[in-house]
Design a protein around this ligand. Structure first.
Ligand code: SF4
Length: 215
């Protein structure tokens, strides 16, 4: 079966997030499986995969070339920065800084990797989960910045985490489950054009109420 959720192992999770761009989410599971078959997720083997095989894994669009470069940089970072499975065990700030040396790992994603690996006890959302929870009504929306500028994504992330944490009991597993469920909802229904009429939580969500209809 194709994987649809990011692995809890931080190294393979980094590869999972880099194998295709976020705009091609439907291909992620298949591409990830092909990467595993070709390389066993070993950094030295990823570094040695040629362009033809890389395109068979990542795709042939212009954005696929970006992901191919990103996978190669991931392999280089593994040698230069360290194995992410070791990095997550560092003190929190050091772990956050080290993980952000890998492509595509911005502060929220670094916290998300630490949560999945069991080394962080706060909610932490990837792009899909964050978009969903903000629409539901937690945290600041992207237009809350000053002078008409869009809000910094990490400020938005932290505002959503703060608001949602107020309603959660203790427990890392609960946070991991909540984060992954929100992510899946963001992929299946709460997409760029959200399908609110089909959404199981539409009665608890701010967005349909704000726009005054169920799309
Ligand atoms: S009701 Fe609509 S906006 Fe709210 S979570 Fe569901 S799909 Fe997203």
């Amino acid at each position: 079966m194709l994987p649809s959720s990011p692995p809890r192992d931080p190294w393979t999770a980094i590869l999972f997030h880099n194998v295709v761009p976020a705009t091609e989410e439907a291909r992620r599971g298949r591409a990830f499986l092909l990467l595993e078959q070709e390389t066993g997720f070993l950094a030295e083997r990823i570094a040695g995969v040629g362009d033809v095989k890389m395109r068979a894994i990542c795709g042939t669009t212009a954005s696929s070339d970006v992901q191919i470069d990103a996978l190669r940089v991931c392999a280089a970072c593994f040698s230069e920065v360290g194995d992410p499975r070791d990095l997550v065990r560092l003190p929190f700030n050091e772990a956050m800084a080290s993980l952000q040396r890998f492509p595509g790992i911005h502060p929220a994603m670094a916290a998300h990797l630490l949560l999945l690996a069991g080394h962080h006890s706060r909610l932490a959302f990837d792009f899909f989960a964050l978009r969903t929870i903000v629409r539901i009504g937690y945290g600041l929306d992207e237009n809350a910045g000053n002078y008409g500028q869009h809000l910094d994504p990490f400020v938005q992330h932290e505002s959503a985490v703060e608001a949602a944490e107020l309603e959660l009991d203790e427990g890392d597993d609960l946070r991991i489950d909540a984060t992954l469920r929100l992510r899946q909802l963001g992929i299946d229904l709460c997409t760029k054009r959200p399908q609110c009429a089909r959404c199981p939580i539409r009665n608890q969500c701010d967005l349909p109420r704000l726009i005054g209809k169920n799309r």
